[in-house]
Ligand binder design. Structure first.
Ligand SMILES: NC(=O)c1ccc[n+]([C@@H]2O[C@H](COP(=O)([O-])OP(=O)(O)OC[C@H]3O[C@@H](n4cnc5c(N)ncnc54)[C@H](O)[C@@H]3O)[C@@H](O)[C@H]2O)c1
Length: 337
């Protein structure tokens, strides 16, 4: 079978990682085209990866590149327009999270995905591809901890990235949509029910600049599900020890904890400072295996005609809940979905 020819849009912090993976680590894929409005990013794609066809505009890439699929890693505000245009052109589509930054954008994508149901459409909820989160889901499905009734999940980024985030937040959708979108997806996946109500609080405790943008640097949200289960979802942009994503699922017969200490590896250091481990520093270091696995899954789905497990409605639900959390935080009120 011919290789799947892919065009990537967005070659920033994460797009470059995806481009490297698609070019080097995904059997059956060929990174044939790349698009970015930034010439230096295109130069990188040409020199580092040898991508043959380069475009400064997404429309030009769709019109002129001979590709089977589009990989969208551009800023979140551009996702929906790019997804719709690519589906309309008959291409398979991978889109980074969040799928869209408004419920209307997500509804339009869901409709288009139905119309183009023969094309593979995958959303980058990378944690579902992480070996530990996958294993936890397998244990849950086997009934090892009985019936789950509480998910506690957090996403924390290093404080040193706050300056980048102050700029990123303008196109990222804010702390709930940008960071907690992963925790929301995990909570729905593990509990198997829909969130019906959220109460979010938070503030700019370390970096006042986030408040000026209507955002926060530390937040907590209590969510309740239609089946009565609960979730506590928190986010922080001010961690000093490392990128600290971890999740706990509490069930009627036990608890599963995933990544409680964000260890870099299994080495423990015992010295004059005490006993400690080094930590992973960023989301990519933590989820590298997941990022490679999701790319392999996307291409395997195209080649085999299989549908991904993650559905467009998962993307819509995560955006709706993330926006409800934002509204709750801003209004100081409980929001019903
Ligand atoms: N799955 C995860 O854990 C994870 C982690 C980080 C980022 N992301 C997502 O990946 C996406 C990119 O994030 P990032 O951190 O790489 O951001 P970034 O700001 O570093 O990169 C954004 C990229 O989009 C490009 N771009 C901007 N406007 C464009 C346009 N109109 N057309 C085409 N390209 C355009 C920029 O040139 C740049 O290459 C975001 O949607 C973000 O939410 C996901």
């Amino acid at each position: 079978m011919e290789k799947i020819r892919i065009g990537i849009v967005g070659l920033g912090r994460l797009g470059k990682r995806h481009a490297y993976n698609l070019a080097n680590l995904v059997p059956g894929a060929n990174l044939d085209a790349a698009c970015s409005p930034v010439q230096a990013e295109l130069d990188w794609a040409e020199t580092e990866l040898g991508v043959p066809h380069l475009f400064t505009s997404f429309d030009h890439m769709l019109a002129h590149a001979d590709i089977d699929a589009v990989w969208i890693a551009s800023s979140s505000v551009y996702h929906s327009a790019q997804v719709l245009a690519a589906l309309d052109r008959g291409l398979h589509v991978f889109v980074e999270k969040p799928m869209g930054v408004t419920p209307d954008e997500c509804d339009a994508i869901e409709c288009a995905a139905v119309t183009h149901s023969r094309q593979v459409f995958l959303i980058g909820f990378v944690r579902r591809f992480d070996p530990s989160y996958k294993y936890a889901k397998e244990l849950l499905d086997k009934g090892v901890i009985g019936t789950p009734f509480l998910v506690r999940s957090q996403t924390c980024d290093l404080d040193e990235y706050a300056e980048f985030q102050l700029e990123f937040v303008k196109t990222g959708g804010g702390i709930f949509l940008d960071m907690n979108v992963h925790d929301i997806d995990l909570a729905r996946w593990f509990i198997g029910s829909e969130i019906k109500e959220v109460h979010a609080v938070g503030g700019s405790y370390v970096h006042p600049g986030f408040a000026e943008l209507g955002d926060a640097d530390n937040t907590v949200c209590l969510a309740t599900f239609e089946n009565g289960a609960m979730a506590v979802l928190s986010a922080s942009r001010t961690a000093f020890h490392g990128h600290d994503t971890h999740t706990e699922i509490v069930g009627s017969k036990g608890i599963l904890k995933i990544g409680t200490t964000p260890r870099k590896n299994r080495v423990e250091i015992f010295d004059v400072a005490g006993a400690r481990t080094d930590c992973v520093r960023d989301f990519y270091e933590r989820f590298e295996e997941g990022f490679i696995a999701e790319a392999r899954e996307f291409v395997a789905c195209i080649r085999s005609g299989r549908r991904p497990e993650i559905m467009p409605r998962d993307g819509t639900a995560a955006t709706r809940i993330g926006m409800a959390m934002t509204e709750s935080f801003r209004k100081g009120a409980i929001i019903k979905l």
